[in-house]
Design a protein. Structure first.
Length: 274
C-alpha cells in the first residue's frame, strides 16, 4: 500500500486540477524506486487524461489519449522547464528538445584503422595505423536514441533542400546510424555535446565496413581500398563524386534519381517525428 495520499486538495493561486498524466513502463509494476529516473533502454508510454469532478467536487480521472511530444513540451514549459537560451555556432542547423543537427566542412583529420580482415594489396591500411585522410563535409543528426551520419555534396552550410550522400566512414550503418559498439554515448542532447558526438565518429577505430556499405560508393575496389588509396598518397581532398545519394535501401536498389533525393530537411523532419 502506498504511503502517498490520493486525496486532492484545493490549491492556491487560482489553480485547478484539470489533467492527469499516467506513465507506463515495460516489465514489473513494482520498481525499487518508483520515482527515480528510468534506464536509457527502458520502454515507456504516457497517456493524457482529463479530470472530471462530481457534484461534490471530487475528481475522477477520465479516459485518456496517448501523450504527444508536443503536449509534453507544452507542460514542461508551463512548469518552468524551458531550456536556457544559448548562442548557437554557425555549424548548428537545428537545436530542438528532441533533435540536434549540425554540419562539419570537408577537412583532413587523423583516422584510426585496425582492419580485422584487410584485403590483399593494401598499401597503407594493411596493419593497425593512425593516418591523416581527407573527409567530405558531413551532416550529423542526433536524437535521444542515436546519431545519424551523412556526407554532403559540397563543403558549405546545407539548406533544407540539400541532398545528402552516404557517409564513407566505416562505423556507419547503411541506414545512416552510427555503430556505437563500446563508444561512450553523450549524456545530453545539446550544443555542448557536439564535440562528444564528433569524437565518437572521428576518433574511434575502424575495423571493417558495415553490411551493405560496399554499395554506397562507385568505382572499383570498394570502400576500404578507397580509404587505402587516399591514405597511401596523402590525398588532401575526398572524391565526393564517388559517394552515392543516400538511401537506406541502397543494397536492394539502384541509387535514386536526384529529383527524388533524400534531403537534409526530410531527414530532420523524420528525426523530429520519432
Amino acid at each position: 500500500m502506498s504511503d502517498h495520499s490520493s486525496h486532492f486538495e484545493a490549491t492556491g493561486g487560482g489553480l485547478a486540477l484539470t489533467n492527469a498524466i499516467l506513465l507506463y513502463q515495460a516489465g514489473t509494476s513494482r520498481t525499487p524506486n518508483a520515482y527515480g529516473a528510468l534506464r536509457n533502454d527502458m520502454v515507456a508510454f504516457a497517456s493524457m487524461h482529463a479530470v472530471e469532478h462530481d457534484g461534490d467536487g471530487r475528481p475522477t480521472i477520465a479516459a485518456g489519449i496517448p501523450l504527444s511530444r508536443a503536449q509534453l513540451r507544452q507542460w514542461a514549459e508551463a512548469l518552468g522547464g524551458t531550456a536556457i537560451p544559448e548562442i548557437l555556432p554557425d555549424t548548428v542547423l537545428v537545436s530542438h528538445p528532441d533533435v540536434l543537427a549540425w554540419w562539419t566542412p570537408a577537412q583532413v583529420r587523423p583516422a584510426y584503422f585496425a582492419l580485422s580482415s584487410p584485403p590483399d594489396g593494401l598499401r597503407a591500411l594493411a596493419r593497425r595505423t593512425t593516418v591523416a585522410v581527407p573527409y567530405p563535409a558531413h551532416l550529423f543528426i542526433a536524437t535521444r536514441t542515436g546519431l545519424g551520419v551523412y556526407a554532403l555534396p559540397a563543403s558549405e552550410r546545407p539548406a533544407a533542400d540539400t541532398p545528402v550522400l552516404h557517409s564513407p566512414i566505416l562505423n556507419v550503418f547503411i541506414e545512416g546510424g552510427l555503430c556505437w559498439g563500446n563508444i561512450p554515448r553523450p549524456k545530453t542532447l545539446g550544443v555542448a555535446a557536439i564535440p562528444e558526438f564528433e569524437r565518437a565518429v572521428f576518433d574511434s577505430w575502424s575495423t571493417h565496413p558495415n553490411p551493405g556499405q560496399e554499395w554506397t560508393v562507385t568505382g572499383k575496389g570498394g570502400l576500404v581500398r578507397l580509404w587505402d588509396d587516399l591514405a597511401a598518397r596523402a590525398a588532401s581532398r575526398f572524391p565526393v563524386r564517388r559517394l552515392k545519394p543516400f538511401h537506406p535501401a541502397a543494397r536492394q536498389r539502384q541509387a535514386r534519381p536526384t529529383a527524388d533525393a533524400i534531403t537534409v530537411g526530410r531527414l530532420v523532419a523524420a528525426a523530429t517525428a520519432r
